[in-house]
Design a protein around this ligand. Structure first.
Ligand code: FAD
Ligand code: 2HG
Ligand code: ZN
Length: 459
């Protein structure tokens, strides 16, 4: 039997896509920045079918590219252009089971994040991971990228939210680590190898995730600020008033919000912050707490949302930036962190260097500053040509990343390396760190068939 016949025998007609029209959506990413080709897309419906698929590909020497909701921003889920790789889509691996006593949820890897949030809410609980792509991205993709989003400040990243995993290894063996334990010190914590590995070490098929008490009170403010230092001061003041009820602190430059059609409720200011407090007590007067904090801090102006509709409108202004930037020519994405206290100096130095290199460049700066994480994105000058801007991409990116390195930061805070930064990372990681990473890859995937050309430098 040839490869496609063997795959068909393993997953059936519903699990195998070879029609070029149906394949197309799996072969390019959300932004249209990466394109590939594939021999087929395999859509298994169970862990046994995933294992059979991976084993068949392993025995045939065919590379496998895991894919969830395909909302990743680094091309990690897009195959190469050879047409020989297989895309393994997890989207049929859906399902949730809530355990109220243990406060956990057991989830199939292809379950859409919003469905996990909804299942938790139905049980009066909270699954706190929240991000703009939550209506499409999957738990498997969230795990594989160690997704962050807007509530990391209070609840942590996907790594912090995970208790157990089930993984199909590159040779087709199944590792059943689907434990629901909060404490387990029996040696190396293997789940952390697969979280954030972007599908290069195995295919995540299921997970046990932590749940939290449901949110019963919320207050959201939109705040105008003169500069990044004022935003950091505001974080400190709000923490003083609200403690860990501070759940989200998002900062956006005027340029970033100008791209979004949603109305800005405040007059033009250099920066805006979206600040959100939440509590489990229904009668917690969070509006009052927030008002006290805003009165104490040096903010230029502020408005507190009067109800759910206004809260949703403020979030639409924040969450709309990523999509809106796509309409202003090619964007250079830099998803970076530096120690939070260094953000003002980083923004000032990097902005000056970029404006020297390309006058008129638009700095679309925004992100989760409570975590020190900025999406330090660039758009071309208004009248510039797309091709000319892209020709300077490497030079501009080098300026940003070298500044990040000068502040001991990271060139990927949340989106991963994928195929967009796997070569670049060699400049910013030590030989020791790179050789440890290569050793882990060699141990788990000696044939190099699990999502090759992603995460690790190829040379
Ligand atoms: P995919 O894009 O399908 O895959 C991403 C990577 O994971 C690939 O390398 C793929 O091979 C691997 N993978 C997927 N499933 C599996 C699996 N089951 N087993 C092993 N490997 C797998 N990210 C954030 O962290 N924070 C944000 O705030 C955020 N906001 C976003 C907003 C928008 C509008 C968009 C478009 C994206 C945003 N992202 C954000 C990026 C993206 O949504 C996340 O990286 C998300 O976790 C990807 O999930 P996915 O299911 O779409 O994964
Ligand atoms: C966000 O925080 C996402 O909105 C997307 O991480 C960032 O598109 C981007 O650069
Ligand atoms: Zn983000």
């Amino acid at each position: 039997m040839n490869l496609l016949d063997r795959l068909h025998a393993a997953v059936g007609t519903a699990g195998l896509v070879t029609d070029p029209d149906q394949l197309a959506g799996y072969l390019t990413d959300w932004r249209g920045a990466f394109r590939g080709a594939a021999a087929a897309v395999v859509r298994p419906a169970s862990t046994a079918e995933v294992a059979a698929t991976v084993r068949i590909c392993h025995d045939a020497g065919v590379a496998v590219v895991p894919q969830g909701g395909n909302t990743g921003l680094c091309g990690g889920a897009v195959p190469d252009s050879s047409g020989r790789q297989i895309v393994l889509s997890l989207t049929r691996m859906r399902g949730v089971r809530v355990d109220r006593v243990n406060q956990t949820i057991t989830v199939g890897a292809g379950t859409v994040l919003a469905d996990v949030q909804a299942a938790a809410a139905e049980a009066g609980l909270l699954f706190p991971l929240s991000l703009g792509a939550e209506g499409s991205c999957t738990i498997g993709g969230n795990l594989a990228t160690n997704a962050g989003g807007t509530a990391v400040l209070r609840y942590g990243t996907m790594r912090d939210l995970t208790l157990g995993l089930e993984v199909v290894l590159p040779d087709g063996r199944i590792w059943d680590g689907l434990r629901a334990l909060r404490k387990d010190n029996t040696g190396y914590d293997l789940k952390h190898l697969f979280i954030g590995a972007e599908g290069t070490l195995g295919v995540i098929t299921a997970a046990v995730l932590r749940l939290f008490p449901g949110v019963r009170a919320r207050a959201t403010a939109w705040v105008a600020l003169p500069d990044v230092a004022a935003a950091l001061d505001l974080i400190g003041v709000v923490l003083g008033w609200a403690g860990d009820r501070l759940t989200c602190f998002e900062l956006m430059s005027k340029q970033a919000t100008d791209f979004v059609a949603q109305r800005n409720p405040l007059r033009p200011h250099p920066w805006y912050a979206l600040v959100e407090l939440t509590d489990t007590l229904p009668d917690a007067d969070l509006d009052e707490v927030l008002a006290h904090a805003l009165a104490e801090a040096a903010v230029d102006d502020a408005v507190i949302a009067a109800g759910p509709a206004q809260t949703a409108a403020l979030w639409a202004l924040r969450e709309g930036i990523s999509e809106a930037q796509n309409h202003h020519g090619p964007s250079l994405k830099h998803d970076v962190t530096v120690p939070t206290g260094d953000l003002p100096a980083f923004v000032a130095r990097t902005g000056a260097a970029l404006r020297d290199a390309l006058p008129g460049i638009r700095l679309v700066t925004y992100g989760h500053v409570g975590d020190g994480n900025l999406h330090y994105n660039l758009s071309k000058p208004v009248d510039a040509d797309d091709a000319a801007f892209l020709a300077s991409a490497d030079e501009l990116t080098r300026i940003v990343y070298d500044e990040v390195a000068a502040f001991d930061g990271s060139i990927s805070a949340e989106h991963g390396l994928g195929q967009s930064k796997n070569e670049t990372i060699a400049r910013y990681k030590s030989d020791v760190e790179l050789s440890l990473m290569r050793g882990i890859k060699q141990q788990l995937d000696p044939a190099g068939l699990m999502n090759p050309g992603k995460v690790l430098p190829t040379s």
